[in-house]
Design a protein around this ligand. Structure first.
Ligand code: FES
Length: 227
């Protein structure tokens, strides 16, 4: 974990949401699924906010929406991170499914280029405008979920904490480990303290007990979430 400074370079719209290009030292760039805590001097944003990367850029990264509305190009940021546990893309995976259960693919986009670079075919599920994607990424509607999961060797989910029961119900007790597949789940929660204050606002309850998304996640293995 590092601490340093960054700056908002550019704001842009992606799929109707505002994302921010952030300049920062290389050692602060979060890997897919990890996050930074970012604070500005603005009195409108007194608390730091978690930033997830959609893609690395030459001098930083592009932060997934939402970003604070007070941020403008030139806003200086204090940054702490990378924090949390990110995705672990199996290097043998040649069929990768990206599944934003709540229809926001931004936190999964960082897996696209690494997957394509290792020769994998990538399918993204979504029913809304997914913005600019690499040409090789295939988009399928959410009705194809079961078909895509049967095809995939590795699946990465992004789901709101409150949507976990709905995801479990939709999947109907699929046993990925028994099928020789791997899957991971990014569980979205508020992350106000990043584990420093042990506020437990980010706690996620699983059958085996509760875990802190800020430190033990926000990416969990499939077995941790649904076993
Ligand atoms: S965000 Fe405070 S303990 Fe996780």
């Amino acid at each position: 974990m590092h601490a340093g400074h960054g700056q908002v370079i550019e704001l842009s719209s992606e799929g109707g949401n505002t994302q921010a290009r952030i300049a920062c030292p290389a050692n602060l760039i979060p890997a897919p699924g990890q996050y930074l805590l970012a604070g500005s001097a603005s009195p409108l944003d007194p608390l730091p906010v978690p930033l997830f990367s959609t893609e690395s850029t030459p001098f930083g990264f592009t932060a997934a929406p939402p970003v604070p509305s007070a941020w403008m190009p030139g806003t200086n940021l204090s940054l702490r991170g990378p924090l949390g546990r990110g995705f672990t893309l199996p290097h043998t995976a040649r069929k990768v499914a990206l599944i934003p259960f709540d229809d926001d693919a931004s936190r999964l986009r960082g897996l696209m280029v690494p997957s394509l670079n290792q020769g994998a075919a990538v399918v993204l599920l979504g029913d809304s405008d997914m913005g600019n994607l690499p040409d090789a990424v295939e988009v399928q509607p959410f009705t194809a979920l079961e078909e895509v999961l049967a095809w995939a060797e590795y699946a990465a989910f992004d789901v709101l904490r409150e949507s976990l029961p709905g995801l479990s119900k939709r999947l109907g007790g699929s046993n990925w480990a028994a099928a020789g597949k791997e899957a991971q789940v990014l569980v979205q929660t508020p992350i106000p303290c990043g584990g420093i204050g042990e506020c437990a606002v980010c706690a996620v309850t699983f059958k085996s007990g509760w875990k802190l998304a800020c430190k033990e996640g926000p990416v969990f293995d499939w077995e941790e979430v649904f076993a």
